[in-house]
Design a protein around this ligand. Structure first.
Ligand SMILES: Cc1cc2nc3c(=O)[nH]c(=O)nc-3n(C[C@H](O)[C@H](O)[C@H](O)COP(=O)(O)OP(=O)(O)OC[C@H]3O[C@@H](n4cnc5c(N)ncnc54)[C@H](O)[C@@H]3O)c2cc1C
Length: 562
């Protein structure tokens, strides 16, 4: 395969990552009690001297600034060629292009209102898209003020990891990224799978190069991290078609990302790669001159963010093992460029837009990491001086996407743990059932009470009877019934009256004791009855959710039964 041409051998492409010799992701063992089974104290990869915890810390510190930054005018408008012909295949051939192909996420899609349809969810806010270069000149002239030397770019030697012509020139459109958030669009099915297969298929390097395995691994992790990050966003901002509300969907996240520690780890890897690229250009960004139209705080915000980054997060020198001019590196670059071009084949507008922004951001990072040699003035001229405004925008927006993903992973972990605890409690109550025991106690009390009242009825019945022939055992504790007069008894009538007197006195005493005990027991009995009622309400509440969960998510359910 000639990697310099935009051709893809789609026949040889098997499913995600299989052609890359990277072992397929292994789901965590079911008896694991950890979210994603990642040890957060471990380093992310052999090329990153940073742990998951450290990345979480960095991200926590910069998150607010990064959100503010990507909402500034400078960073929210992105220019790109959004509607290009797919260079690799005829989009109308070989792929399922009917809308029904996208109906694999939501069942019975057609019955949903128009605004739930994938074209609408995946569409762009038309009024926020400025497609005519002329309309930009008045109000948004400032957009061209920084790095206005795009057009003077030299393309020899080729150090680009994406098609730089994609970002400007005739046919490009300007999009407000903040008006078109990256979220669930309904895009999926065979079309999306085919795109992902093609992207993973690019991870097929020329044989025989030293350092190939590290380069392949890095390439695979970049793609898989991008894939996982997209899946995290669409799970975090997902449309519940029953309620019509947007919000996080833990089950979806677990099925796409959370149950695959390697996918989570690949997102952290990408975070390390992009943050190292930003760290590397920090000295040059310090000299950036923004025109007056910009809020002066933009640069201060950039510097705040960069001050939290460090160099040890990623060691780019290890990837090609010092052979920075090798064919392997060229191969890597051209193949990544192909990945950016495949974005033109994505059928959903908004997915394509974010796909392009992010692959441009990664391509810019790779260019900075692999082509910028700070000790070489020439390389500085080729890389830093020629960095365009849109590459910079893509770089920070890609960093923001990864930062949001890391934040979401932590959010999902909390949700997972809450659910895990909920599941454990439900399971505990189901098996050991403290409340059930109390419930039983309550039940037996109520049975006793019923028994008492039945016995009371019996007493009166039997008393009546006893007035005749029947003798009966004690009913209230030691309460005694007057003994029936035996037939042919020799006992004197005086003795009988004395016995009857004692019996009555005893019974009056027992009756007082019973009444007194009832008052003492009343609070305890009331407490037990209230607990028992609450328990049965709680069991029916927790039990119902619990079983729904099992039906819908057997794996997650299993995780919760340990
Ligand atoms: C460039 C691009 C951008 C997209 N943007 C959006 C968007 O903004 N919103 C939206 O709702 N949808 C978007 N999609 C669609 C989305 O990525 C999924 O393709 C879609 O949701 C269907 O998911 P799926 O579960 O069928 O599997 P896919 O995500 O299509 O994955 C296919 C196969 O790849 C493997 N795989 C999955 N994830 C990984 C990973 N991280 N690492 C390694 N292997 C993996 C699995 O074996 C999986 O079965 C985008 C697709 C593309 C190609």
């Amino acid at each position: 395969q000639n990697v310099t041409e935009p051709t893809l051998d789609t026949k040889s492409i098997s499913f995600a990552g299989n052609t890359s010799n990277v072992p397929p992701p292994v789901p965590p063992p079911l008896n694991s009690t950890y979210f994603c089974t990642i040890d957060k104290g471990e380093v992310i990869s052999p090329t990153c001297d940073v742990t998951f915890d450290e990345i979480n810390d960095i991200n926590h510190k910069i998150r607010k600034d990064l959100v503010n930054l990507v909402h500034t005018d400078f960073f929210k408008y992105f220019r790109l060629h959004l509607y290009k012909q797919c260079p690799f295949w005829n989009q109308n051939n070989g792929f399922c292009v009917s809308r029904s192909c996208a109906v694999d996420v939501v069942e019975d899609w057609d019955s949903l209102p128009e605004y739930f349809q994938p074209e609408v969810l995946g569409g762009l806010q038309e009024n926020e898209t400025i497609s005519d270069e002329g309309s930009v000149t008045e109000d948004c002239k400032f957009l061209d003020d920084l790095c206005a030397n795009d057009k003077k770019r030299m393309i020899e030697p080729d150090i680009e990891y994406c098609d730089v012509n994609d970002l400007h020139g005739e046919g490009s459109v300007l999009v407000d990224l903040t008006a078109n958030p990256e979220r669930f669009t309904g895009y999926g099915g065979q079309e999306a799978s085919q795109i992902w297969s093609s992207i993973y298929g690019e991870n097929c390097f020329s044989k025989g190069e030293t350092g190939q395995s590290l380069a392949k691994d890095a390439f695979y992790r970049l793609v898989s991290g991008l894939h996982a990050s997209i899946a995290t966003h669409l799970s975090n901002d997902h449309l519940n078609t029953e309620t019509g509300k947007w919000g996080p969907d833990l089950d979806l996240f677990m099925a796409r990302v959370g149950n695959f520690p390697d996918r989570v780890s690949n997102m952290y890897f990408n975070y390390a790669v992009v943050s190292k690229a930003l760290w590397k250009i920090k000295p040059y960004l310090d000299h950036l001159r923004f025109c007056d139209s910009y809020d002066p705080s933009v640069k201060a915000t950039i510097m705040n963010i960069l001050s939290q980054l460090n160099s040890k997060v990623f060691n780019e020198d290890l990837i090609f093992e010092g052979e920075l001019s090798s064919k392997l590196k060229d191969d890597f670059r051209i193949r990544f460029k192909n990945v950016t071009k495949i974005m033109d084949c994505v059928h959903c507008d908004r997915c394509r837009m974010w796909g392009k922004v992010q692959t441009t951001g990664y391509a810019t990072s790779l260019k900075i990491l692999f082509e910028l040699d700070e000790s070489d003035e020439n390389s500085k001229q080729h890389v830093v001086d020629k960095l365009t405004k849109y590459e910079l925008i893509a770089l920070f927006n890609t960093f923001d996407r990864l930062s949001k993903s890391i934040e979401s992973v932590n959010g999902f972990e909390k949700m997972y743990n809450v659910r895990l605890e909920g599941g454990k409690i439900a399971s505990f109550f189901k098996q050991n059932n403290f409340f059930k025991l109390l419930g039983r106690a309550g039940k037996s009390i109520s049975e006793s009470v019923q028994g008492i009242s039945r016995s009371g009825e019996q007493v009166s019945d039997e008393s009546t009877t006893s007035k005749g022939q029947k003798t009966s055992g004690p009913v209230f504790g030691d309460l005694k019934l007057p003994e029936a007069k035996p037939r042919n008894s020799n006992e004197s009538s005086t003795n009988i009256w004395v016995k009857a007197w004692h019996t009555e006195i005893h019974n009056v005493g027992e009756a007082f004791k019973f009444i007194f005990r009832s008052y003492i027991d009343l609070p305890r009995n009331l407490y037990t009855l209230v607990l028992s009622t609450i328990n049965s309400m709680w069991n029916s509440f927790v039990g119902a959710r619990y079983w729904n969960w099992e039906e819908e998510n057997p794996i997650v359910y299993n995780l919760n039964t340990w």
